[in-house]
Ligand binder design. Sequence first.
Ligand code: CU
Length: 320
Amino acid sequence: MTMIPPTALAVLWRAALLVLLLATVPTSSWATDHSNTMGNHAEHSEHDSHAAHQNHANPAASPHETSPIEAADTISLELVDAPQLEPGKAVTVRFRLRRQADGKALSFKDLKEVHTKKLHLFVNDSSLTDFFHLHPQPTAKDATLFTFRFTPNKPGNYQLWADITPLAKGAQRPAQQQFLPASLAGVSPAPNPIDTTLVDEATLGSLKAKLSFDPPLQSDKASIGTVTVTNLVGQPIHNLEPVLGAFAHVVAYANNGQSVLHSHPMGKEPKGAADRAGPTLQFHLAPGQSGFIKIFVQIRLDGRDLILPFGVTVQDKAKD
Ligand SMILES: [Cu+2]
């Protein structure tokens, strides 16, 4: 049997990976296919539940990676009470999750628990500087009517993204995560332009966090983001606590806020409340197009949830 020299093997492997990546890149903002998100899984054997590690949505393009959401499973977020928003004024919002195929309104019974919750909700203002990660609950009287309360800090409209995994009851296909967009109007709907300030170091109270990517972010290219958490004088923080079943939640917005991605650190997830992590947290990111990405990294320290905001730019992929 003729031995293939190692260099030829490496070239072959890269060619195979590139073909795979190109074959799966939807025209969305995230070049991801959970089966090979950013490199292959051989390197991340403990990532057996990787599917729960990274998900995204782009209503414009077919939202999902492995296979598009079956029409029968497509859910939409239907606002029931959507008060006008005013900065500093708390509002209660109510909505339903409706399956388009048969009009059924879903309840928690129809949703899979992912990262300790059945329903995650991301709320952001149009400038992408005000961000909330919330968990709406069903109302007492109606299990299909969900409610949450929040106080917008900025003027203008707000965007909602519900992050759910409907149980594919009886269906011969796995439950698939879906991101459902909706928007709430501000009293002064004047859009705040997206704040595209590049930020790779965030300071919050006595905490400082640096974000870097290797390789540097480029469209259609897999990259690993590293967040390093220290105190203000640079001493590493080793006691990051579990938050919602992970050591961090990474929510990234691209394509002028039209696409959202929800990712979690690579490596072992917390097994118990006493588990700790830090100072570094690594996550995958594979932007499908160049441009500005806003990233919010949620961590927990001393029982407090902290949201670290970063702004990064994705270069155009190198012209071959
Ligand atoms: Cu959540």
